[in-house]
Design a binder for this molecule. Structure first.
Ligand code: ADP
Ligand code: MG
Length: 720
């Protein structure tokens, strides 16, 4: 009764735009989300209160509560035009998956009613046996099940055809309870870091804190190109990047694209994107042109990590949808074009208490600063100790082309703290006072830090892990990947150091003194990971080697560190991933790597055989005819002959390289050990493809533009 009344009112509110008035942006925000406000309105008070407790992890969900919530969700969704619901999940492919079920339930008398039970809300059984599981599911036990993540709100997805689907964020597990997805370990890692952070805070006297959540704001970079160019390129269609293409005369050297005026067509895309995202409750906040031509960025306002991860998936999906609607294609691949910057995701991360404290925000009181320095020490220790795992969290085939390529952070993990904090830490170790902008402060636990400058003067854009005033920005994250992986690593490694810190503080009789000792120790042991200089420079490579920092160059080496002894120890200890789950992930990712490089090789072979070589052969034939005619006419043909000679040389060379790529691919595909196979793909297939590209790109620069069979870099990057 109350539900019915409430929903009618709610829907009238939402549908006001249908009666002529356009929804303002504030009204449009979240209209497609079954969010807290909607639940508060629709659920009986007691159910709402119960659900809040479940969300806070204080009690577990009962079927009774689930039934009431499910019913309200269904009424709300149907009133908004939905006919189907789906358990929306995130398999190891890094994408999202959904299988739609209708609300309709046929009755004995031939009629049907709309139904959605608590059981259907809590648990689903998509057969889903084709998703990669890395051996966790043999086919006889292929069933996986999805379980409602009640901490991430359900939402409606509208497609261009007007179809509306209720999406319920879920975790995806095997019957044996093993995680088959990216979300389950992320949720577990959030639990782990919360538990340890709360212990530390209690030891520091913050007794009111019950929960700590990791917060994330992922900035998303992407490219947009005209769909007609995309469709004409086999490489883009099948791999997401260009495998060939000579540099256009103009690249990004003028830096006129960065923050430049946004072109109308792009502006229209961005506006539509914003509206679509706002409707789903995603707070798309800033948008601008990025460094490379045709490259852009979108940043949302940060949120709880699992919601941020869900939202980022929706952001990527929506970008692609809205682009198509506008005759554009959104490229999320890490390095779609050689010679100009690639894309990444800047993963802004912090920890917040349920009492409203940002633990990485230097405070105004000595006590707040004690907390800040303790958590800063925890992060520094974690990042230095587990740099390999963080690196693995950012690994994918696309990022192999980016990390260390003088545009993105190198594959070496280091932390930028800025000169002020670095000096402060130095001084704490020396027991010296630090002076900042006229303020004087001495030892931690006694004095307070001044507000740190948040302006850009102290920014370092080359650092892979930069402190930016009140959060850390992990800049290695791959643009096309889910952010669940890197944040799962981040939460878990910080959970471990917080655990160690809590052990010390809980035992200590003088907590202030212990914190000082701890900060000093951290600085002596781990300040090697701090680097405030230019991470793109050659000197840093040498310096980092001297400091003993790992430089894990390729993704397959990085994946291996996710399943080594230390990783198993760590992730098992904090109940984030078991040995079997780690191994399965390792296998799945290595296999994905192999498949990706194999697809690239096949696309390259196809393009060369069916597009580039025929064009070049035609051209040389015509050129030979011209030379003969010139000779017959007694005219000078030296220019034409030289050109023919140059083109022919490249043609011969390209043909040989084509054969090499073909042979190497064949050989690599026959290797059965997956790790050796991946290494062969990296060292012989990928490299052969790069070799072949040299010749083809050189040919592109010799042939008349109108004879070139595919759109050029200049077309794709500048022609809008
Ligand atoms: P900049 O990159 O210039 O520092 P912002 O300061 O606006 O830009 O922040 C970039 C991203 O960091 C945004 O998504 C923002 O919401 C997010 N962010 C800000 N504070 C936090 C926080 N405490 N935890 C996680 N992310 C945050
Ligand atoms: Mg940033």
């Amino acid at each position: 009764m109350t539900i019915k009344h409430n929903i009618d009112k709610l829907i009238t509110d939402i549908n006001r735009n249908k009666s002529g008035r356009k929804l303002g942006i504030a009204e449009a925000f979240g209209v497609n989300v079954f969010n807290d406000a909607v639940m508060k309105k629709m659920l009986p008070k007691s159910t709402y209160a119960e659900l809040k407790k479940v969300q806070a992890g204080e009690t577990s969900l009962t079927l009774e509560v689930a039934n009431v919530v499910a019913n309200a969700m269904k009424d709300w969704a149907i009133a908004r035009g939905a006919s189907h619901y789906t358990h929306w999940f995130q398999p190891l492919t890094g994408k999202t998956a959904e299988k739609h079920d209708s609300f309709l339930s046929p009755q004995a008398d031939g009629s049907a009613v709309a139904e959605f039970s608590g059981k259907q809300l809590i648990q689903g059984e998509p057969d889903a046996s084709s998703f990669p599981s890395g051996g966790i599911r043999a086919t006889f036990e292929a069933r996986g099940y999805t379980a409602w993540d009640c901490t991430s709100p359900a939402f409606l997805k509208e497609d261009a055809a007007g179809d509306v689907t209720l999406c319920i964020p879920t975790a995806f597990c095997s019957y044996t309870g093993e995680a088959l997805d990216k979300k389950t370990p992320l949720l577990r890692s959030m639990e782990a870091v919360s538990k340890q952070a709360v212990r530390v805070l209690h030891a520091l006297g913050e007794k009111n804190v019950k929960r700590v959540t990791s917060t994330v704001g992922p900035e998303q970079e992407y490219f947009l190109i005209d769909k007609k160019f995309f469709d004409a390129r086999i490489d883009l269609v099948s791999t997401g990047r260009t495998l060939f293409g000579a540099a256009s005369p103009k690249g990004q050297e003028l830096e006129d694209q960065y923050f430049g005026a946004i072109k109308d067509r792009i502006s229209k895309f961005m506006k539509e994107l914003d509206i679509e995202l706002w409707k789903m409750g995603i707070s798309s906040k800033t948008k601008h042109n990025e460094v490379a031509p045709a490259q852009y960025e979108m940043a949302p306002i940060f949120s709880t990590t699992n919601i941020a991860a869900d939202h980022n998936q929706l952001v990527m999906e929506t970008m692609q949808k809205v682009a198509i609607r506008n005759g554009l294609v959104c490229l999320l691949f890490e390095k779609p074009f050689a010679g100009v910057n690639g894309s990444g995701k800047h993963n802004n991360w912090s920890l917040a208490t349920d009492t409203g404290l940002n633990l990485l925000e230097p405070g105004h009181t000595p006590h707040q600063n004690e907390i800040f320095l303790t958590f800063l020490a925890a992060v520094l220790t974690a990042v230095d100790t587990h740099a390999d795992k963080l690196r693995a969290g950012a690994a994918n085939p696309g990022n192999d082309l980016r990390l260390g390529a003088n545009e993105a952070p190198p594959a070496i993990i280091s932390v930028f703290l800025g000169s002020f904090l670095t000096q402060l830490m130095d001084n704490i170790v020396k027991g010296k006072a630090t002076q900042a902008k006229g303020q004087q402060f001495l030892k931690i636990g006694v004095d307070s830090l001044p507000a740190l400058p948040l302006d850009n003067t102290d920014r370092n854009r080359t650092s892979p892990f930069a402190f930016t005033g009140n959060k850390f920005e992990f800049r290695m994250v791959a643009s096309s990947a889910s952010i669940a992986g890197p944040n799962c690593v981040l939460n878990t490694i910080v959970a471990e150091t917080l655990d160690n810190i809590a052990n010390r503080l809980e035992k200590s009789k003088d907590v202030n003194k212990e914190v000082t000792a701890l900060v000093k120790e951290t600085w002596s042991k781990h300040h090697r990971v701090v680097f405030n200089g230019n991470n793109y420079s050659e000197e840093w490579l040498q310096e980092a080697a001297k400091r003993g920092l790992p430089n894990i160059r390729s993704s397959i080496e990085a994946y291996a560190t996710m399943a080594n002894k230390d990783a198993i120890r760590l992730f098992e200890k904090y109940k984030v991933l078991s040995k079997r789950e780690l191994h399965s992930r390792f296998e799945v990712y290595v296999e994905q790597y192999v498949k990706h490089i194999n697809i690239e090789a096949r696309a390259a072979l196809l393009m060369v055989k069916t597009q580039y070589l025929p064009a070049v052969i035609d051209y040389t034939g015509n050129l030979a005819d011209v030379i003969n005619q010139l000779k017959a006419a007694g005219a000078d043909s030296t220019v034409q002959e030289k050109l023919l000679e140059d083109v022919s040389k490249l043609l011969v060379s390209a043909k040989a390289k084509l054969s090499a790529l073909e042979t190497n691919t064949q050989k690599a595909s026959n290797i059965s050990n997956v790790q050796k196979k991946a290494a062969a793909y990296r060292d012989t297939v990928f490299t052969a493809q790069v070799e072949l590209r040299h010749d083809i790109d050189a040919l592109e620069e010799l042939l008349p533009n109108n004879l070139w069979p595919v759109p050029t870099y200049a077309d794709m990057l500048f022609n809008f």
